[in-house]
Design a protein around this ligand. Structure first.
Ligand SMILES: *Cc1c(COP(=O)(O)O)cnc(C)c1O
Length: 410
């Protein structure tokens, strides 16, 4: 059987300028973000300043991971132990995990057919729970109805925190993702849009939230070494009341991130070209239902999702196995147990009983997902579609064979 030869988890090598910047940090020995020579600003502080500028906000903070950024955001926004936090039913496990770690209790909100959060159910969940926080995940890069979501949060006095792990560099109605809520949280983990292995970023316009986040992140009393934070004098009160929850970024990671951030527009164009090519190919498979993408959304197609709503569980299982045999690790959210990065709310067993989530149950049962690393070429997309079509034909033929068997047995 012909197999697709490339790896879906192979990212691009770091560019030479990123490697040189990293080597310079290693030669200096000053890897800790606050370890600066006379007159030096430091890679981490510079990354924060450049990231804030890219979003058009005043403040940004780099930290240990995307999940850690979410925890910081919740704590900095005033989450108290036991507080309820709304959260999409379809998101990645670090999101409910960060709510749990910050001491909150996740209240799941149902999704729409396009996998984004359902504003009607958000309104309902807000009313039922009285939650004061909403961690909105732009899961797999899909940005929901931001106008409706923001309006509901305002009406219910809910603090909106955006999880932008898949929307760094994306926008909605021309406004950067991560600037709709009080805080936007981002990940620089290898499979996101810029790669430092691990890492996170947080962005806000709120000076007090930023001061708290800086102290929480483990700034000691060195907050005057930040370039995208409020004035050092304004920390007088905050510095004496916020705990230090060590989770800083280091200069080595920041050094490799800065050149990648500068490349974002070009990356977006390359990702979207791959995405469109694959999407066009999938459109020729009648079983595949693409997710609608609203015109307001200026997304980054670093992964693609589609549904197989007309196929039964066994047929999808055979299709997935056929793709796997052809070197295509298609992820399916309908499997009994989560695998790899798939994550379904019923496997977050530490949550209290969840609200009914009928659309999430139905949509996830047939939802599939593929990563699109930038190491792929346009032609690879055609190859992937051809192999997936073969796998589909095989799965459907097996269906026929089984039903013929059943007839024969009568
Ligand atoms: C990756 C991811 C995160 C967390 O990022 P880490 O840096 O791995 O902690 C949060 N939300 C979503 C949707 C993600 O995919």
């Amino acid at each position: 059987m012909r197999r697709f030869a490339k790896s879906f988890t192979q990212q691009e090598a770091l560019s030479e300028d990123a490697i040189e910047a990293a080597v310079a940090v290693m030669r200096s020995g000053r890897l800790h973000r606050y370890n600066l020579a006379e007159g030096e600003q430091g890679e981490t502080a510079l990354l924060e300043a450049e990231f804030a500028e890219s979003l058009g906000v005043d403040f940004a903070l780099a930290c240990a991971s995307g999940g850690y950024a979410l925890q910081l955001a919740l704590r900095a926004c005033g989450l108290a132990p036991g507080d309820k936090v709304l959260c999409n039913a379809f998101t990645l496990s670090p999101v409910p995990g960060s709510i749990h770690a910050a001491g909150g209790e996740a209240v799941l909100v149902d999704i729409r057919e396009d996998t984004t959060v359902d504003p009607e159910d958000l309104e309902r969940a807000a009313g039922e729970s009285g939650a004061r926080f909403f961690v909105l995940s732009h899961m797999r890069g899909h940005i929901g109805d931001m106008e409706a979501i923001v309006a509901i949060c305002e009406a219910h006095d809910i603090v909106l925190i955006e999880d932008c792990a898949h929307t760094m560099g994306a926008a909605y109605q021309g406004r950067p993702s991560g600037t709709f809520g009080k805080v936007g949280c981002f990940s620089t983990q290898t499979y996101k849009h810029i790669n430092s292995g691990e890492g996170g970023l947080l962005a806000t316009q709120d000076a007090e939230v930023m001061r708290r986040a800086v102290i929480l992140s483990g700034s000691y009393m060195l907050f005057d070494r930040h370039l995208a934070a409020p004035d050092a004098e304004s920390f007088a009160e905050t510095r004496l009341v916020m705990p230090n929850m060590s989770g800083r970024m280091d200069n080595l990671r920041a050094a490799v991130l800065r050149p990648q951030l500068a490349e974002m527009a070009r990356r977006r164009a390359r990702w979207n070209a791959l995405y469109r090519r694959l999407e066009d190919g999938l459109a020729r498979m009648p079983q595949v239902e693409r997710l609608e993408r609203p015109p307001q959304e200026d997304f980054i197609g670093s992964s693609i999702q589609f549904r197989l709503p007309c196929l039964g569980h066994d047929t999808i299982a055979r299709f997935i196995a056929g793709c796997e045999a052809r070197g295509i690790p298609l992820k399916w959210y309908g499997k009994a147990l989560p695998e790899d990065y798939t994550s379904r709310y019923d496997s977050w067993g530490y949550l209290p009983a969840t609200r009914p989530l009928p659309t999430a149950d139905r949509v996830l049962a047939t939802l599939c997902d593929l990563r699109l690393p930038l190491t792929f070429e346009q032609e690879d997309c055609d190859d992937i579609v051809a192999l997936m079509s073969n796998a589909m034909d095989e799965a459907l033929n097996d269906d026929e064979a089984t039903s013929n068997d059943a007839i024969g047995a009568n």
